[in-house]
Design a protein around this ligand. Structure first.
Ligand SMILES: Nc1ncnc2c1ncn2[C@@H]1O[C@H](COP(=O)(O)OP(=O)(O)O)[C@@H](O)[C@H]1O
Ligand SMILES: [Mg+2]
Length: 237
């Protein structure tokens, strides 16, 4: 499989407060990769650093073979990296369809945007039913679907999802897990960040475990789930 994203020895943080320490991670085309770790471990900061929302101190971000370290967010989205952010960040006073179309704001291919909107509605039929409703009036699970749909409207090669399952009921999480797998089967590559190690490693082909800003383990998701120290630290077994 071809490499899509490679992060090498990334150091990043906020002013004097360093959060990420020599983080390296790789995503190949067509994979689902999960970055898992507890609240405050640095997962969102990692996404901010690769999408250009913050500038890393050092290290490299290589996407499709080209270095994009420090490239601002409006550029990285045009390059094909889009994110469903933690907490969804929908425009609560706008309709579902308006929110979805916001994801395509940088695109000019009108006909393809229409097709992609229909595609998102096929993936999430409930969004089609609710397209005229205000996003703020929907349930948490529907809002998460809308946030993922909006990210897909950017026509990404690499879809980033920050906390897929946080705050959602298990039945909804199961639906989302299947949808993310479908999205991958339709040709997208997915990198997710998750606090729930069980969910993350169920969905992912490979995983990385991050503890206070450092990668401590990585490998096939199935193998990580079987490791004693991961069971003890994250699964309460
Ligand atoms: N905007 C910010 N300014 C300063 N510190 C921040 C900011 N955002 C997050 N942090 C700190 O960075 C650390 C990692 O946070 P974060 O990346 O959000 O972790 P996670 O997503 O894994 O829960 C935490 O100690 C958090 O308090
Ligand atoms: Mg976070």
């Amino acid at each position: 499989m071809k490499e899509l994203l490679r992060v090498e020895n990334l150091n990043a943080g906020y002013g004097d407060m360093q959060v990420l320490w020599d983080v390296s991670l790789e995503v190949k085309e067509g994979e689902i990769v999960a970055l898992v770790g507890s609240n405050g471990a640095g997962k969102t900061t990692f996404f901010r650093a690769i999408t250009g929302l913050i500038k890393p101190y050092s290290g490299k971000v290589i996407y499709q073979g080209k270095e994009i370290t420090g490239t601002p967010a409006e550029k990285t989205v045009s390059l094909g990296i889009s994110m469903a952010p933690e907490g969804r960040h929908l425009f609560a006073g706008m309709t579902v369809e308006e929110n979805l179309l916001m994801g395509a704001f940088h695109r000019k291919d009108r006909d393809q945007i229409k097709k992609d909107l229909e595609w998102v509605y096929r993936i999430f039929p409930v969004l089609k039913e609710r397209k005229k409703q205000l996003a703020g009036d929907m349930s948490g699970g529907e809002q998460q679907m809308c946030a993922i749909g909006r990210a897909l409207m950017a026509n990404p090669k690499l879809l980033l999802i920050d906390e897929l399952s946080l705050g959602l009921a298990p039945v909804i999480v199961d639906v989302l897990i299947n949808v993310v797998k479908d999205i991958r089967d339709m040709g997208k590559t997915v990198l997710i960040v998750e606090q729930d190690v069980q969910v993350a490693l169920e969905i992912a082909d490979r995983g990385y475990v991050i503890e206070t800003g450092r990668i401590t383990h990585h490998g096939e998701a199935r193998k990580l789930l079987e490791m004693e120290e991961i069971k003890e630290a994250y699964l309460g077994i």
